[in-house]
Design a protein around this ligand. Structure first.
Ligand SMILES: [Zn+2]
Ligand SMILES: [Zn+2]
Ligand SMILES: [Zn+2]
Ligand SMILES: [Zn+2]
Ligand SMILES: [Zn+2]
Ligand SMILES: [Zn+2]
Ligand SMILES: [Zn+2]
Ligand SMILES: [Zn+2]
Length: 407
């Protein structure tokens, strides 16, 4: 009957409208009948309404009393159901947000924002400590220090930086240390562009085990010392690649070093008479002599050639020069060397010398006086003559020269 002409309601059709709760993606249905009624009242926009699901939740929610977010304040504020629903839909959370009670919120009006110095050393900028933040940390009733925070410009730079690994300052070490971006920022603010010289953790640990030391001078006879700082000890330790600290190197004290620098190697004549060779008196040996109080003068020493020749020679047993004696004496190689150098011949003959027994005989038999058997005149009888008698070469005389001539 009325079916030929569509009603306005049929023309309009039901409309799906978004739920009014932020964070909810559901819709609710605005029926054509409701639309007609709305249009009748001159309203063209759909009303703000919840979806069925939100509505069901909403009806379950009770207002909640929540404690003020300022530490120490026991007041509460009322968390309205609508606000709870929005938070639930937006974040899925049922826990209340941090909020000040009315009383505290009024106090925010009385407190002023504060400018606080940037926490980065060397930065003169400030950041704003809002009245609200001050109230929330308990200020001003309790004396509260402002938090350590960066200014916005520092924070921006900080975000752009990254921690860096910097090689250990100890030469022989291949470890690294971490250059934190906070430190990088502080250094940049202080005008420092290069990372500081720093040790890796392992070197730093070792460094703390060490003490500056005074080490005895290596020159014998010197009681001076030289200074071995911790850092140099560490360098040597790391370079040695051992787990235990290393012994100090042998080194001269500053006095010896200075004296050593003033000395020069010198050529000294060979101590063997007749030899034209020389040997080098090293600075180190000169220094040692001076420190031992032996003076600067070089000692008697053989040249290299003489030393070599001496090694080739052997002590020789040589027959006693006295006829009738079968003893020998020892021709020492030092004496042979001197003989070779002074004669400039290698095949030099040994000197004529008495053996030890003959020499001892001479020492123990002083010259004596005999008397002529005939005239009683004295006869001088030397040690050598006595030796000849002992060796069976001569006989002791009985007559003086005069009596012998006339007999
Ligand atoms: Zn909804
Ligand atoms: Zn409060
Ligand atoms: Zn700053
Ligand atoms: Zn290191
Ligand atoms: Zn010294
Ligand atoms: Zn020589
Ligand atoms: Zn002899
Ligand atoms: Zn006589």
């Amino acid at each position: 009957m009325e079916g030929f002409k569509p009603t306005l309601g049929e023309t309009l059709g039901d409309r799906k409208v978004d739920c009014r709760i932020p964070g909810c993606t559901n819709t609710w249905v605005w029926t054509s009948r409701e639309q007609l009624d709305a249009f009748g009242r001159g309203e063209t926009d759909p009303p703000r309404r919840m979806c069925d699901e939100c509505y069901a939740l909403y009806r379950e929610i009770e207002p909640q009393e929540v404690t003020c977010s300022r530490p120490g304040c026991t007041n509460t504020w009322t968390w309205a159901p609508m606000s709870q629903l929005v938070r639930l839909r937006k974040t899925g959370r049922k826990t209340p947000p941090r909020r000040l009670c009315d009383h505290c919120r009024d106090r925010v009006e009385d407190v002023e924002d504060r400018q606080v110095g940037c926490r980065v050393p060397g930065c003169a900028n400030t950041w704003t400590w809002t009245a609200r933040d001050q109230i929330e940390t308990g200020a001003p009733e309790r004396k509260v220090d402002p938090p350590r925070r960066m200014c916005s410009s520092c924070y921006e730079q900080y975000q752009a930086l990254e921690d860096r690994q910097i090689p250990c300052r100890v030469d022989a070490c291949d470890g690294t240390w971490t250059y934190r971006r906070m430190q990088q920022l502080a250094d940049a603010r202080a005008g420092v562009t290069n990372p500081p010289d720093r040790m890796c953790d392992s070197c730093y640990e070792r460094y703390n085990l060490l003490e500056d030391r005074r080490v005895p001078c290596r020159v014998e006879g010197c009681d001076g010392t030289w200074f071995w700082p911790k850092m140099a000890q560490l360098q040597a330790w790391v370079a040695a690649g051992t787990d235990d600290p290393i012994a100090p190197p042998s080194r001269m004290c500053p006095d010896c070093s200075a004296l050593y620098a003033s000395l020069q190697d010198e050529q000294v004549a060979c101590s063997v008479p007749g030899c034209t060779g020389t040997w080098i008196d090293r600075r180190g040996a000169q220094l040692a002599r001076i420190r031992k109080g032996k003076g600067r003068h070089p000692p008697d020493r053989l040249c290299d050639d003489c030393q070599a020749l001496l090694h080739e020679l052997d002590d020789r047993e040589v027959s006693c020069k006295n006829i009738g004696c079968d003893g020998t004496w020892s021709w020492k190689r030092g004496a042979q060397l001197r003989a070779i150098r002074s004669s400039r011949r290698r095949d030099v003959e040994p000197p004529r010398r008495a053996c030890d027994q003959c020499r001892r005989f001479i020492e123990t038999h002083p010259a004596k006086v005999l008397h002529c058997r005939i005239c009683g005149a004295p006869i001088e009888w030397s040690s050598e003559n006595q030796l000849k008698v002992a060796l069976g070469q001569w006989r002791e005389p009985e007559l003086c020269g005069t009596c012998r001539a006339s007999s």
